[in-house]
Structures are given as structure tokens and as C-alpha cells.
Write a protein that binds this ligand. Structure first.
Ligand SMILES: [Fe+2]
Ligand SMILES: [Fe+2]
Length: 430
């Protein structure tokens, strides 16, 4: 290939990617596992993070004229004094959603045309994002909900926005960003086939009502699969259908649908779901916690973010929770930290590493947050002082979680009795 051809085939955005030399890349081959995706000159991933690559594979690609790129690491930590989305545009999207949804409720199905219009509205919103939104910006969701039915529309819009921005901040693949946005936006579409009296009922549902309500996941899948039936040449991405079907699956709880698989099978199932679907479950919980409804006042963003962190190893896996928080915590909390300096946290050490069976036993520790770092909401400097697995004091060490892949915060202790007890233990040795 002559240099002119090379120049012409280079369609990668160099402000976002940097080229790595062939010889540098070869140094990463062998036993080492890639910690980032490697892209070619067309912005396609050629080697995935978490994979080990051989020298032969690199040479083979390079012989075919492939050049290697990695995402540029941004030093920016972000500005959080502007809204990512314009309020007016959001309002229009909410109103369009309301009219589409009320027609879907009436007919029990979504037409291909409605799907396409919805898609267009979402893409318009996506196109309005500026590149600096990747590093900052406040993600304000729709919060004013006046009537019961409006809740489903607004919730759909909000989960769509959360999913969109999550993917926008963590991925450079336009298709993935679009599918994730749609998956979030349509995750609860099945609720439109559930009787309104049940969906909008404040307070507890009876056992029978609950059984009907749980069906919104399967109904959602059916509505989306039916669009393909009516327009056979059109394909709705699996991710969007799986989002509707599986957004209530949980890590340690049974979740639904298919809640029969018990005895740990459920957890294996959870890990087989695409990462996007698992993250959708977290977006769903965030919006449910923070939105005011006619029967319940929403919590502050920081409270909801702590609740999500505290659902690690329970509703969600620790690694997914950390992905979500790293991408969105600052935008949702207006650039402020949601874990206060001085608070006590529980740390998980070891545990499951991506794509591998557990190699080291998982242990737990208590620590105090000493110092937060700008732009790193879940990686403060901490002082570990208690071994929670052996239930005894341990040598105190200070650890910078920005450079410790072995430890992760899994709980922020918010119970006053527990906090008082930990404070006592912490002070004793000082
Ligand atoms: Fe749902
Ligand atoms: Fe939902």
C-alpha cells in the first residue's frame, strides 16, 4: 500500500484516538491482557480489551495494512456547570412519547412507523451532544410528574437518556450508542399491555396483580418482536429486545422473568446478559429512586448513587456498579462527590476479574475515606483499618484507589449505629 492510499483509508478521528506503533504493540503481545480496545483506521475494534494477543496476530493484521489505534486518555476532568440536554428538546421528546405511548396502549402494538419516529427523536437528541459532554455536563432528568400515566412516559425518556449518556461516555461506537439509547427508552414498553389500574396502583400490589405486573418484561419483548413481524424486512437489534425482557434480572436475587433458576444458576445467567442490559437495570433503579411520583418523593441524586453502590453484590455486580458510577455519578450529582471524605466504607479485595474465574479469595475490609480526587468518584484515598472477614483489627495502610485494581468500594456505611461503632474502632489506635 503506498502512502497516498494509507492517507485515504484513514477515517479514524485523531482527536479521540492515537496511533500506536507496530513495535510498541508487539510488546503487548504474549501473556499480557489488553486493558483497552485496539481500533483500526476505520474505528472498528480489532482486538478487544480483556484478551491476550499473539505476535502472529499482530503481524498478520499489519501485513494486511491495518494500523493500530487506542482511545486518547483525556486529562480533562470535566465541567459540570451546564446541562447536557436542552430542556425544550426534552419536553418535546416527552410529549411525543406521551402521544405514541397512548396509541400503543390503545392498540397493544407499536407500528414500525412509530418505532422509526421514536428512533428519529432519540437520534436528534444524540446529535445535539457536544464532544465536551463526554467529560462533563449535568445530566438533568425530567422530574415534574403530575399524573400517574405521565410517569411511564417520563420514566422511559429518563432511562433512555441515562442509557444514552452512559454509552456516549464509555464507548465510541455509534451503533452501540444508538441501540443502548433505544433499549433504555423502550425497556418498559410492555407496561402498556398491562392494565392501567395495576401499573398505576399506589402502594402494594396483591400477589395476583404482581404476577400480571411481572409480565411487562415478556410483553415488551413481544411488542418489539411484533414490529419485525409487521415489517419483516426490518430488524430491531437484539439488545433492544433483551433490554425489555431482562432489565429486571438481578445478580444475587432471582429477578424475573424465568425466576425458576435458583442455586446460583441465576448469577451465571446474569453474567451472560450483555453488559448494556445489566447497566440498564441500574439506570432503571436510578430513575425510580430519584423521580417524584404522585405517591412518593424522589431522593437526592447523591442518596440514590449511594444506594446503587450499596446494591453491589446484591442487585448488581460490583464491576457493573463501578462502570455506571464512573461514567455517570459526577454528571448526575452536578460534579460533586457522592461519597463524603471522612465516611466509612466497606472494601472488597480480590474477587472476580473480568472474563476470568476467580483466582484470589474475596476478602472484606473497613476503611475510612481520607481524600477524594477530582473526577474520580469511586477511587478516593482510603485508610484500611479493619479486616471484616477475620473480624479483627489490621495494620493500617493508606491506599490510593486510583491505582489499586485489587480493591473496590462496595458499601458506604450510612447506618448511624454502624458508623458510630466504626468511628470508635478507628479512633482507638490513633
Ligand atoms: Fe420494568
Ligand atoms: Fe423501568
Amino acid at each position: 500500500m503506498n502512502p497516498v492510499d494509507q492517507k485515504e483509508t484513514l477515517s479514524i478521528d485523531l482527536s479521540r484516538f492515537e496511533e500506536i506503533s507496530h513495535s510498541f504493540f508487539e510488546k503487548l503481545s504474549g501473556e499480557k491482557v489488553l486493558s483497552f480496545n485496539i481500533y483500526d483506521q476505520n474505528e472498528q475494534i480489532i482486538f478487544h480489551a480483556g484478551k491476550a494477543i499473539s505476535r502472529e496476530e499482530i503481524q498478520e493484521q499489519s501485513k494486511q495494512g491495518v494500523r493500530f489505534f487506542i482511545p486518547r486518555i483525556s486529562e480533562k476532568v470535566g465541567n459540570y456547570d451546564y446541562e447536557i440536554f436542552s430542556r425544550d428538546k426534552l419536553q418535546i421528546l416527552a410529549e411525543n412519547t406521551a402521544s405514541t405511548y397512548s396509541s400503543v396502549r390503545k392498540t397493544g402494538k407499536m407500528t414500525y412507523e412509530q418505532y422509526v419516529n421514536t428512533h428519529r427523536d432519540m437520534i436528534e437528541l444524540l446529535n445535539s451532544l457536544k464532544s465536551e459532554d463526554r467529560y462533563g455536563g449535568v445530566l438533568g432528568l425530567l422530574k415534574d410528574i403530575n399524573d400517574f400515566d405521565y410517569y411511564t412516559y417520563v420514566h422511559s425518556v429518563n432511562v433512555g437518556l441515562l442509557a444514552m449518556i452512559y454509552q456516549y461516555k464509555t464507548s465510541y461506537n455509534a451503533d452501540r450508542i444508538r441501540s443502548m439509547s433505544m433499549a433504555g427508552y423502550l425497556h418498559d414498553i410492555g407496561k402498556l399491555r398491562i392494565p392501567k389500574e395495576i401499573v398505576d396502583k399506589p402502594g402494594m400490589l396483591s400477589k395476583q396483580e404482581m404476577a400480571v405486573m411481572l409480565e411487562h418484561t415478556r410483553e415488551g419483548y413481544r411488542i418489539l418482536a411484533d414490529i419485525e413481524k409487521y415489517a419483516p424486512q426490518k430488524k430491531i437489534s437484539d439488545l433492544i429486545k433483551y433490554g425489555a425482557l431482562f432489565h429486571h434480572r438481578k445478580y444475587m436475587l432471582y429477578g424475573y422473568p424465568n425466576r425458576k433458576e435458583r442455586d446460583g444458576v441465576s448469577r451465571e445467567f446474569y453474567f451472560k446478559l450483555p453488559e448494556e442490559v445489566r447497566i440498564l437495570g441500574i439506570c432503571d433503579m436510578y430513575d425510580a429512586l430519584t423521580t417524584n411520583t404522585p405517591w412518593r418523593k424522589g431522593t437526592e441524586p447523591s442518596t440514590a448513587l449511594r444506594a446503587i453502590l450499596n446494591a453491589s453484590n446484591y442487585y448488581f455486580s460490583v464491576s457493573d456498579v463501578h462502570l455506571f458510577l464512573k461514567a455517570l455519578a459526577l454528571s448526575l450529582n452536578r460534579g460533586r462527590d457522592f461519597i463524603d471524605e471522612g465516611s466509612f466504607v466497606m472494601i472488597e479485595a480480590g474477587g472476580r476479574t473480568m472474563g476470568k474465574e476467580q483466582q484470589t479469595p474475596t476478602t472484606y475490609e473497613f476503611a475510612r475515606v481520607i481524600e477524594n480526587f477530582k473526577g474520580r468518584p469511586v477511587n478516593p484515598r482510603i485508610e484500611v483499618f479493619y479486616d471484616a472477614t477475620l473480624n479483627k483489627k489490621r495494620n493500617r495502610i493508606q491506599i490510593d484507589l486510583r491505582s489499586d485494581n485489587y480493591r473496590k468500594i462496595v458499601r458506604v456505611i450510612d447506618n448511624p449505629r454502624m458508623t458510630a461503632m466504626l468511628r470508635k474502632l478507628f479512633m482507638k489506635e490513633n
